[in-house]
Design a protein around this ligand. Structure first.
Ligand code: GLN
Ligand code: ZN
Length: 756
């Protein structure tokens, strides 16, 4: 018997984002339901056909979704928030989307990050849940693949333990009841699949890499024993990914046919456990040996060696070769990329290419192809490694010296005195977070310029006009610290990715972030080098128009790293510090040109926290060090700002403090007071602006609301340190509402000042 290849999930969006387009046309009413479902079927089938043609043995079905697979699971079990319930048991397509997107008078369900990825799922609300099986979705999709393409697919189902843990609205006792109610429904699904001929079924339980206490082990035993007893003939693979599993010994003993482990993102722990504790001889090991999270070609020699190591413990014919996780997190195919340097493009591997790698590796271990063919494959990465792009001497030297170069600033309170003297700002100084409305017109002009319909000079002139317009507006409103408005930037990371050498922007490298929303992460492929100043021109122009201070506006190293695909030949920390050094040069360039306030945004610090608690400190330490590296070489008179969007700050408040930024602005309104509470017992002694109004809605806040927000913050924060600013950038807002809201904000700050 030969070793089999498998896949865990395929990107939904399509080579040209046809999935996104179809969805959005349907939402806009430009597709009937019949047209929409037929387009979706074509997309789904074409993805299955592709995997079939590539020669994948176990092809996943049911991983496809119209929006999100967690939502699909909830809907399948009738777990619909009460406000969306109707008489009918079958949820309409429209209602399905309403849960995710909201509708008139009904707020959408919460959306949150799926583990440590940039995919977001819809959080099931189980307050008054009564699970029923409304439809056997995996069965429908299994049959479709079988009837239309002759594929006997591997149904993918989100497991009950992970599903429950990711849901909200229940307590401990209710959890047990819910589980008891769900198990028979899962069994029904499994039985029908077995009857229809499914041989393998993948049950995803990624939560097992995160939190597995003894209670969870008990639940696992109960659930998977029940599954086994009810459907002894289907082969269930208990699939995990993104990290090493907790409680290895307990989990591999569960009564399932196979265990799926990630051997890429486990820091070697899955392998170590396997070697220490062995692996049950009656089970299949589904080995994730091709990185499903990153975009680089695999070194197949190394992975072949890994497989050899695995076969010391596991019988060869009990191995399955697969990606480390679903390919949802990588773009579809490198083939579409026309604008990358060849040496970079050749070293890339997106979903389609990864499947080719899975197949090639499987063929190699089955002795169908030779080592030579692996060598050919592996050459591309070697070429990139050897290329000048990854061997910039100055960068390597600077990196080696970062510790001896380290500079600490004098105490923040001492700096504050210098800053107060320099600017003489009023109490409760007012400012904004950086961007002003990116109107249709702004985007149109940029597109024209990209297409070559506008010359560089014309485009720059246009941007200058926008800057001038908004400097005038800000002066008229009476803001104390101004910004240039970021009109030249599509996106706060992409902009710097385009400017810095060593980072590429792809043309079609999109991945699903939530719903139909896709992002195109930059690819950090080489040594990161600042070749010329990136923001000096626009900032200086803005400053030349006003006597008020203009803040320079940069994106920080941690955020650039966390929102990109990162080269994997050196450590992430080294890449991070390379970016930090480049940002430092930009900070210095701004400073040399007379810009005295520089904001380095780090909205992505918190979301980069590792899945494993024990790795948090190490991550935060390197994040703080990188930020400090970027921002501490300035004169004491220079004021460093930073900004963060809302997240749970409790776990990172010390790290925020350690950034040692003179002023931080934080999005606040979405935290419902929690953020302010985390500052209650924490003596924060630097400038801080807790956003005083929500920028996610076009509504113009009233002065009373703003006063209340300021008041609430000042209960726990020293008024001499407090700044007044909106929650976040105003890029997505309209002009009128922005001006109106900022006027109210400035007026309110003025009123408040008089009371102090
Ligand atoms: N300076 C950026 C802006 O104003 C910050 C965006 C963000 O926090 N995500 O748009
Ligand atoms: Zn923000």
């Amino acid at each position: 018997m030969s070793i089999k290849s498998s896949n865990l999930g395929y990107p939904r969006i399509g080579e040209n984002r046809e999935w996104k387009k179809s969805l959005e046309l349907f939402w806009a009413g430009e597709r009937t339901e019949a047209q929409f479902t037929s387009e979706m079927e074509q997309i789904r089938l074409s993805h299955l056909r592709k995997q079939q043609e590539k020669g994948i043995d176990l092809i996943p079905v049911g991983d496809f979704s119209y929006y999100d697979h967690v939502l699909d699971t909830a809907v399948m079990f009738g777990l619909i928030p009460t406000r969306f319930k109707t008489e009918k048991q079958q949820l309409s397509l429209q209602a399905y989307f309403e849960i995710a997107r909201g509708s008139k008078g009904k707020v959408a369900s919460e959306m949150t990050k799926w583990f440590n990825t940039n995919y977001h799922y819809i959080v099931p609300e189980l307050e008054d849940a009564k699970p029923v099986l409304t439809e056997n979705r995996p069965l429908k999709l299994y049959k479709e693949a079988k009837e239309k393409l002759g594929i006997s697919g591997k149904p993918v189902i989100l497991g009950p333990i992970t599903f429950l843990t990711l849901s909200k609205g229940y307590d401990k006792q209710k959890r047990n009841e819910l589980l008891q109610a769900l198990v028979p429904l899962y069994i029904e699904v499994l039985q029908q699949l077995a009857e229809a001929g499914a041989e393998w079924i993948q049950i995803d339980e990624p939560i097992l890499v995160k939190e597995v206490d003894n209670e969870v082990v008990r639940e696992l035993n109960e659930v998977y024993k029940a599954f086994h007893d009810a459907v002894p003939n289907v082969k269930i693979i208990l699939q995990t990914y993104y990290e090493s599993i907790e409680q290895y010994q307990a989990i591999v003993q569960l009564p399932v046919a196979g265990i799926g482990l990630d051997f890429i993102h486990d820091d070697g722990l899955n392998l170590a456990h396997l070697q220490t504790f062995g692996f049950p001889s009656d089970k299949v090991l589904a080995a994730g040996v091709i990185d499903g999270r990153n975009v680089w070609k695999t070194n197949l020699h190394e992975q072949a060696a890994l497989i050899e190591t695995l076969t010391n413990v596991v019988d060869e014919h009990r191995l399955i070769i697969q990606p480390s996780c679903s390919l949802l997190h990588v773009p579809v195919t490198v083939k579409s990329e026309q604008n990358l340097e060849t040496v970079v493009k050749d070293a890339l591997s997106f979903a389609d290419e990864k499947l080719d790698e899975v197949v090639l590796l499987t063929q190699f271990v089955n002795h169908v192809v030779t080592k030579n063919e692996l060598s050919e494959h592996d050459l591309a990465v070697k070429n990139l490694n050897d290329s000048p792009l990854r061997n910039v001497k100055a960068v390597h030297e600077a990196l080696a010296n970062i510790h001896s170069d380290a500079k600490t600033r004098i105490d923040a309170s001492e700096r504050k005195k210098l800053h107060d003297d320099r600017w003489n700002l009023p109490l409760l100084p007012t400012t904004t977070i950086g961007s002003f409305p990116q109107t249709k017109e702004v985007r149109k002009q940029r597109l024209k310029w990209r297409k070559g319909e506008l010359s560089n000079e014309q485009y720059e002139q246009y941007i200058q006009n926008e800057i001038k317009k908004w400097i005038d507006i800000q002066e008229e409103i009476g803001l104390d610290v101004l910004v240039h408005g970021e009109f030249e930037r599509t996106d706060m990371v992409e902009f710097f990715g385009e400017k810095l050498a060593g980072i590429a922007i792809t043309t079609f490298g999109w991945v699903q972030s939530y719903g139909s929303r896709c992002v195109r992460p930059p690819v950090i492929f080489g040594d990161v080098v600042l070749t010329e100043p990136m923001t000096v021109k626009e900032t200086l122009y803005a400053q030349s128009l006003t006597s008020k201070p203009v803040k320079g506006m940069l994106t920080g190293p941690v955020t650039i790293l966390n929102w990109s695909f990162v080269r994997n030949d050196i450590s992430r920390i080294d890449v991070l510090n390379q970016i930090a050094l480049a940002i430092r040069e930009e900070v210095e360039a701004l400073e040399t040109n007379g810009i005295g306030m520089i904001q380095v945004d780090e909205p992505a610090i918190r979301e980069g926290l590792p899945l494993k608690q024990e790795k948090a400190d190490g991550y935060l330490k390197s994040a703080v060090e990188a930020f400090v590296l970027s921002t501490s070489s300035v004169q004491e008179e220079t004021q460093i700002h930073t900004h963060m969007c809302y997240s749970n700050f409790e776990a990172i408040i010390e790290a925020i403090d350690a950034l040692d930024a003179d002023v931080i602005s934080i999005e606040t309104s979405r935290s419902h007071g929690e953020l302010i509470r985390s500052f209650e017992d924490y003596l924060y002694n630097k400038g801080i602006g807790l956003g005083v109004y929500d920028i996610h809605s076009p509504r113009v806040p009233t002065s009373e609301e703003l006063s209340q927000n300021i008041e609430r913050a000042l209960k726990v924060l020293d008024y001499r340190l407090f700044w007044v600013n909106p929650d976040c950038g105003l890029k997505t807002r309209g002009i009128e509402e922005t001006v109106a809201a900022l006027k109210v904000m400035v007026e309110t700050a003025k009123l408040y000042r008089e009371k102090l």
